[in-house]
Design a protein around this ligand. Structure first.
Ligand code: SAM
Length: 258
């Protein structure tokens, strides 16, 4: 389909929603619709789709983060934290003076997270907000985590600049995200599984195959390990490193705001 260069939309900057090019002002609304629809079955679907692997990957994130176990104050911000998986794990692994804020744009995901974390008390709080305009003062947090959230954002550069802004000097950035498979054969198998099985599973369990088609497509649109490393460096972070998980199906990126 050719684009009408005279149409008012032609000049608008484009991003993508899965494989579909969309205007930057349209993407967030589409993403919000996805998470409003899948929120109630989100945790179950994660286990089913990944065969439980996402739990191991999140444990890898917490191990690499290595939050302090002693009685020192430690403030974590978990962006796009959804139903709370990462923040709850970090709190479990860290000392009594640690606290976590989950910031997510979806009221529906936050509602599921709040119900799940009811016994956490004051150490955990939820804030509705946008990763690209975080509602926090500069230098507020010791660590910033984001798991499977970056892929859904409209502008990675803006979100990374926000991550840098809210971290204290000496603060740590850790991102867990689907990435590019770097093992021959595994890439073919993974493609076949994800494009065929995941949307079907989403239809059966969440009653919504389109949202899971978006999930699979958005993974293919996300920058690979090295490109994402460069974006993180461009935001001002230092000592940027990554680790592949399960052959690169997912990757952890670590960086420091020094
Ligand atoms: N981090 C959780 C996990 O690993 O289970 C949830 C990840 S879920 C795939 C993606 C989350 O990103 C959703 O909860 C969604 O509402 C959130 N999200 C999407 N766009 C966002 C934005 N601009 N700012 C903050 N959160 C956003």
């Amino acid at each position: 389909m050719s684009e009408d260069l005279n149409s008012p939309d032609a000049a608008k900057p484009k991003t993508s929603f899965g494989f579909a090019p969309v205007g930057e002002d349209a993407k967030q609304g589409l993403v919000n619709e996805v998470f409003a629809k899948v929120a109630r079955s989100y945790d179950l679907m994660n286990d089913l789709m990944s065969g439980g692997l996402h739990r191991l990957w999140k444990s890898d994130l917490v191990s690499w983060l290595a939050p302090p176990k002693g009685a020192v104050p430690y403030a974590l911000l978990d962006v796009a934290g959804g139903t709370g998986d990462v923040a709850l794990r970090v709190l479990e692994a860290s000392g009594p003076r640690s606290s976590a804020v989950i910031c997510d744009i979806s009221a529906e995901m936050i509602a599921v997270g709040r119900a799940r974390a009811a016994s956490e008390g004051e150490r955990l709080s939820f804030v509705r907000g946008n990763a690209e305009a975080l509602p926090f003062a500069k230098a507020s947090f010791d660590a910033y985590t984001v798991a499977f959230g970056m892929r859904n954002l409209t502008c990675l550069e803006v979100a990374l600049a926000e991550a840098f802004r809210v971290l204290k000097p000496g603060g740590r950035f850790l991102c867990l995200e689907f990435s590019s498979v770097e093992v021959p054969l595994l890439d073919t198998l993974y493609d076949a599984y994800s494009f065929n099985a995941i949307p079907v599973l989403g239809g059966l369990v969440a009653g919504d195959s389109a949202s899971y088609q978006y999930l699979v497509e958005s993974i293919r649109r996300f920058p690979d390990q090295k490109s994402f490393t460069r974006l993180i460096e461009n935001a001002g972070f230092e000592r940027v490193r990554y680790r592949n998980l399960t052959g690169g199906i997912a990757a952890l990126h670590s960086a420091w705001r020094l």
